[in-house]
Design a protein around this ligand. Structure first.
Ligand code: SF4
Length: 214
């Protein structure tokens, strides 16, 4: 059924991550995930959800009146209807971001959508989940995100970036795992290594802690 999607929550907030951090954004959080990251902060989205038609999702989200929309999860690419939803928003001239855990084919995402692609590091427990052929699919305005919980994660990320010359393919982001790694440690490692990444802090958590729907 490509006309309906399992939805965890729809809300309007301040974008907390990516190069769009700080801007007003509407979020479609889809339900279901194929990974089990140790530090998952949206475990409530890993199962369950309410079945909604694409038309009703679009109506609710467009009612929020933002130019920026993010499709997130869970893992959005698990559901066949995600591409149709993105296409609908793009046809309405919205700026669309889609965040994915990197384990599924990003090539199915319609052109014009900015993909924010995670590369899972060792502390997630999911470090072998990345689908290597996604590297060739990356476009310059896509963003690749490393969530860093330890020095091992940082070194893993440096090696991954170097192996794929990733800085030539996409915008690179690094963020610390909240409660696991002090932001200042990650900042210092980035300074020491000169790696061409953008340090990002989860703005929504600084503002509102672990609250849902923000
Ligand atoms: S991919 Fe995201 S939603 Fe899925 S388990 Fe990992 S952190 Fe949680």
């Amino acid at each position: 059924m490509s006309e309906s999607l399992l939805v965890c929550e729809l809300f309007r907030s301040i974008q907390g991550e990516s190069t769009y951090a700080g801007t007003v954004c509407s979020f479609v959080r889809l339900a279901g995930c194929n990974l089990e990251c140790h530090y998952c902060d949206t475990s409530y989205a890993r199962s369950g959800g309410i079945l909604m038609t694409i038309a009703s999702i679009v109506e609710k989200i467009c009612g929020f009146g933002t130019g920026l929309i993010e499709i997130t999860g869970g893992e959005p690419l698990l559901q066949q209807g995600t591409s149709a939803l993105i296409r609908d928003f793009l046809e309405r001239k919205k700026t669309v971001l889609m965040e994915t855990n990197g384990s599924l084919d990003i090539g199915v995402v319609p052109n014009g959508c900015i993909r924010i692609v995670d590369v899972k590091c060792p502390s997630s427990g999911m470090q072998h989940s990345f689908l290597e052929r996604n590297i060739a699919e990356l476009k310059r305005d896509d963003e690749v995100k490393f969530v860093i919980g330890s020095r091992e994660d940082f070194d893993f990320s440096l090696a991954f970036i170097g192996k794929h010359s990733l800085e030539k393919r996409a915008i690179l982001l690094m963020s610390p795992v909240t409660g696991m790694l002090p932001s200042s440690d990650l900042a210092q490692w980035i300074l020491d290594s000169n790696v061409p990444v953008r340090l990002q802090l989860q703005l929504h958590k600084i503002l509102w802690g672990d609250r849902r729907g923000v």
